[in-house]
Ligand binder design. Structure first.
Ligand SMILES: C[S@@+](CC[C@H](N)C(=O)[O-])C[C@H]1O[C@@H](n2cnc3c(N)ncnc32)[C@H](O)[C@@H]1O
Length: 230
């Protein structure tokens, strides 16, 4: 019989059903992420706005904004997602919105910098639904490396659950020690925090092209490990 802590591995396509209930914490998080994306696009100087989405899923955040944003024609985006079903769903949305080649969906490993070639460093980097799936010991490196995809003046929009021990303050501190300024952060009672940090310091070199920036373990696997070890 399966031990009590056992849960089957997450199906990251089915995971997107969290958005079906408009009152869910994830649906509310999505609205906040979209608001932050909209603000970045509103404030972007004229010309091309480069965007990367790390572990993009079905692209509900960025594509939801691009559906109607006046700067949509200026956006050049790369969405990187490992699950081919999610990538296909994102591509279908891109086609449906008439975004053509401005938004490219790569089915691949979002941890590899080479998958962002020609787009990074970007004016907007989305790291949503990722940090809660990275083990504590790898989180600072993940933040350090992914933040390097962000150009000077660019914004990193990121999310992290507030489950105890709350790691959001640490992530803020890591970014702020690396030349980022906090533009916004959800209040502490919001279970799925959304933050926007802008690189106000100098550029940082991109991580090496083939060394993984992070290890997406999965929150289900992390919880399983905690049950076993703790
Ligand atoms: C929690 S979901 C978040 C999706 C999206 N960013 C959002 O907020 O709606 C995490 C996504 O990361 C994808 N993923 C996990 N590891 C990945 C990797 N190494 N490279 C690319 N995508 C990955 C999963 O397939 C899943 O779609």
């Amino acid at each position: 019989m399966a031990p009590a802590f056992y849960r089957p591995r997450m199906d990251w396509h089915d995971w997107h059903r969290v958005y079906d209930d408009p009152d869910s914490v994830h649906a509310r998080r999505l609205l906040t992420v979209r608001a932050r994306i909209g603000e970045v696009l509103d404030a972007a100087p004229p010309g091309t706005v480069r965007v990367v989405s790390v572990c993009a899923g079905q692209g509900h955040d960025l594509l939801g904004v691009l559906a109607a944003h006046p700067r949509r024609a200026d956006v050049r985006a790369r969405l990187v997602e490992r699950d081919p079903r999610n990538a296909a769903a994102a591509r279908a949305t891109v086609a449906g919105l008439g975004l053509g080649e401005r938004v490219e969906v790569v089915t691949g490993d979002a941890a590899l910098v080479r998958n962002y070639a020609d787009v990074a460093p970007a004016a907007l980097v989305l790291l949503c639904g990722v940090l809660g799936n990275v083990a504590d010991e790898g989180m600072e490196d993940a933040v350090d490396r992914v933040s390097r995809l962000c150009a000077p003046g660019g914004t990193l929009v990121w999310t992290r659950n507030r489950k105890e021990p709350d790691r959001v303050p640490r992530v803020c501190a890591w970014l702020e020690a690396r030349g980022f300024t906090r533009d916004s952060l959800s209040p502490p009672d919001v279970r799925q925090a959304v933050a926007a940090h802008r690189r106000t310091g100098p550029a940082a070199p991109l991580p090496p092209p083939d060394a993984p920036m992070f290890d997406f373990v999965g929150y289900d696997v992390l919880a399983e490990r905690e049950g076993r070890d703790g």
